[in-house]
Design a protein around this ligand. Structure first.
Ligand code: GLU
Length: 279
């Protein structure tokens, strides 16, 4: 077990909702390499139990071992950690920065289509919620009241990136308000939302460097905000390049043609996979 102060601890955190593809291979190999003599952890992000499947989870272990990666057991599974997410939500509630929301996706779409709304803004979390239920106490979705949250933030929370967005990034409160808005912290059928769970788990696992695709760069601002509100440390970040298909589109989970399992079935070696993703 690595416990020296200078040793990095990184993680790869896939969702078991489909096969791992080349983009995942890049993310996992970068995380493992950046851990150097420290520790590389696997975490299973199975919050959405309606989509998570045991056979995908087994395939994740198998593909990663095949790529030559190892990690300490037991592997943390988000579906086992609901009580910790609940504690974090309670803490935010006590800070007065949450409210309940009963809007369906259709309600939100309709509110955003109203003529007085102007053009809807697309942020890291999709369409920015128009705030219909703000201050409310009904409904199964729990949202962050962003306007309140930014007023209680410490002066200048920031994070360091050593990847494609290298530099120090200071949270811009105005941008959080307009481009992220009242993000979802929990839903009825999914106890905790990704943003909340990832922040709680990275802290609980003592992750010192979060490595992940640059598509999540903007979401990192939401995570650093939540860390500041919850009194959790902000790790270092390393956002990396994405693997794209011939048309320039980012690979998606359903892109089975680029699944590691498909290459394996065709006789590829782990070195072939590395070559394919430019490592
Ligand atoms: N479960 C997320 C994914 O599959 C992990 C993102 C992260 O590394 O924070 O993209």
């Amino acid at each position: 077990m690595a416990c020296g102060t200078n040793l990095r601890r990184t993680r790869f955190a896939p969702s078991p909702t489909g096969p791992l593809h080349l983009g995942h291979a890049l993310a996992a190999l970068i995380a493992a390499e950046r851990a150097e003599r420290g520790e590389f952890l696997l975490r299973i992000e199975d919050l959405d139990q309606s989509r998570a499947r045991p056979h995908w989870e087994a395939q994740i272990h198998d593909d990663l071992h095949w790529l030559g990666l190892t990690w300490p057991e037991p592997v943390l599974r988000q579906s086992d950690r609901m009580s910790f997410y609940q504690q974090a939500i309670d803490k935010l509630k006590n800070l007065g920065v949450t409210y309940r929301c009963k809007c369906s996706r259709a309600d939100i779409r309709a509110a955003l289509d109203a003529p007085q709304e102007g053009s809807p803004i697309l942020g890291p979390d999709g369409l920015v919620y128009p705030g219909t239920c703000r201050g409310g106490d009904e409904g199964d979705t729990i949202r962050l009241d962003m306007a309140r949250a930014i007023t209680i933030l410490p002066e200048r929370p920031s994070f360091e990136d050593s990847g494609t967005r290298a530099g120090n990034h200071v949270l811009d409160k105005e941008w959080l308000l307009t481009h992220c808005g009242d993000v979802v912290l929990a839903r009825q059928n999914i106890g905790a939302a990704y943003h909340l769970a990832v922040v709680v788990d990275d802290a609980a696992q003592g992750i010192t460097e979060v490595t992940r695709g640059e598509d999540l760069f903007e979401a990192t601002f939401i995570h650093v905000l939540l860390q500041a509100l919850l009194g959790l440390p902000t790790p270092a970040y390393h956002h990396h390049r994405l693997i794209r298909d011939e048309t320039g589109k980012r690979l998606a989970k359903r892109d089975d043609a680029r699944a590691i399992a498909t290459y394996r079935a065709q006789g590829a070696t782990p070195e072939d996979i590395r070559a394919l993703i430019g490592l």
